[in-house]
Design a protein around this ligand. Sequence first.
Ligand code: URA
Length: 282
Amino acid sequence: MTLLLDPRQRAMLAEMGVRTDFLPAASSDVPAAGASAEVAPAKVHRSETRHQPATPQAPSSPSAHPLASLAASAVSEMDWDALAQSVRECQACGLCKTRKNTVFGVGAPAAGPGLAPRADWLIVGEAPGENEDLQGEPFVGQAGRLLDNMLKALGLSRQAQGAPEASVYILNVLKCRPPGNRNPQPEELLQCAPFLERQVALLQPKIIVAMGRFAMQSLLKDTVPQVESMPLGKLRGQIYSYRGIPVVVTYHPAYLLRSLAEKAKAWADLCLALSRARRPQD
Ligand code: URA
């Protein structure tokens, strides 16, 4: 992998509290692919994004629920515009009663009518917070600024136009804000799962970064046994798969704002993702 950090990027990362001195300098200024695997296993973090329960739960499978399977079959046929419309109109769970806006996602412009944006990177967060609910866009608060700065240090942006390798699409597992920013509930995750699945199918990113426990559980529940009881720190440093697309797990930016010491680990995770995204496709 050839991640070269220029002085501006180093300064930006330093300002974010991310150490870069462990990276090789100058010509080999590159974290080795899989460098994050060398990071010591993290502690169990109970309060990573919001108010995590002792045993957060993700539903075992969307098809386990009749309503969700009905929605899933319709949603799985939709193009990008129909999907966005369907999210805007969704009333499948109680969150529709308290939301101000649905939050579908943000990133490069759609590639054409009905077509998904072209972005090599997909960032998956948890759920809209207050600002996101008001603005209808994910990660627009303080956590979003941190996320944007980390992405910028990798040469990536949610505003990139026409360069898929520099483009990021950002979305959440839940499209509506849980009141008071409480944790997503199993039923809400279940009802929203078909939207996430269809978004990924249409976007076809080269890499997915799952930020936080609920993103991790939603994306890995079919491939990692007992993921709902595993601490996020245990799953870092490896590449997983969601519907054939590589997935890297990392800490949620809101958690990083409170746990400065973990920023270096999140940076290592993003470097791992970068090395995977740049690898020739299998
Ligand atoms: N946290 C998330 O997980 N997503 C957002 O959009 C904002 C905060």
